[in-house]
Design a protein around this ligand. Sequence first.
Ligand code: GLP
Length: 239
Amino acid sequence: MEILRATDYQVLSNMAAEIVAREVNSKPDCVLGLATGSTPIGLYKQLAQLHNTGKLSLSRIYGINLDEYVGLSAEHKLSYQHYMWYNFYNLIKADARHVNIPNGLAEDLKKECERYDAVIKSLGGIDLQILGIGANGHIGFNEPAEVFIKNTHVVQLHESTRKMNARFFDNMNQVPTSAITIGIGAIMRAKKILLLASGHDKSTALHKMLHSDITPQIPATILQLHSNVTIIADEESLG
Ligand code: GLP
C-alpha cells in the first residue's frame, strides 16, 4: 500500500482528483467505484471543476456506488442517490444511464443485490475504487462481522455507524437501520483502490487497517491483500 500524506483536506482532495483524472485520461470510459460520506466531497468538487473548465472529460465514465440506505427514496435528501447527484452528477451533467446506485426501496432486496452484482459484472468490474473508511474500519457498508461477505448484500448497520451518521439526520430515530452494500469481492476485484481518510476520528481505524492482522472484525484490513492500493491521508488521520 502506498501512503500519501496530505497537509490538509484541500490538498487531499486535489491529490485524489489528480489520481482519478489520470485514470479517466488513460481510459475515458472507465468504471469508477464511488463512495459517499463527508470525505470525498472535496474530490467530487475538484473533479467537477476540472470537467467544467475543459481540463478533463468525465462524460464517458461509469459510476458504481458502494452502497445505499434501505428505506430512503432517491428524492430523500439523505439518500446516497441524492448525495451523488447533488455533490457530483448534477455538476457534470452526467448521463443517468451511466449512474449506478443500489435501490434502497426495492421490494425484493435480495433480487436488487443480485441485480447490482450483475451490473458490476456487465461493466467488466471496477477500474478504480474510491473508498472512505468508517471509524470501526468499515468499507462501503461492510461492517465488522464474523466473515467477509463477497457479494452485494443487505447489512444491519452497527450502532456506532448509525451514531456517526446521525449528524446528518434530525435525530437518531431517523437513521436507517440497514443498507445495501457491495461486497468485499467486488472491492477486492477492483484494479486499483484509492482510500481517503481525513480527520482525527479516523486515526485508529487507519492504524488498524495498516497494522492489524487481517480480520473481518476490521473489514478494511482485507485491503492489505490488494496489490494496488493508494491511501491519501491528512496529518490528523495519520496521528
Ligand atoms: C459511510 C459510508 C462509507 C464511508 C464512511 C465514512 O457510512 N457508507 O462509504 O466511507 O461511512 O464516512 P465519512 O467520510 O463521512 O467519514
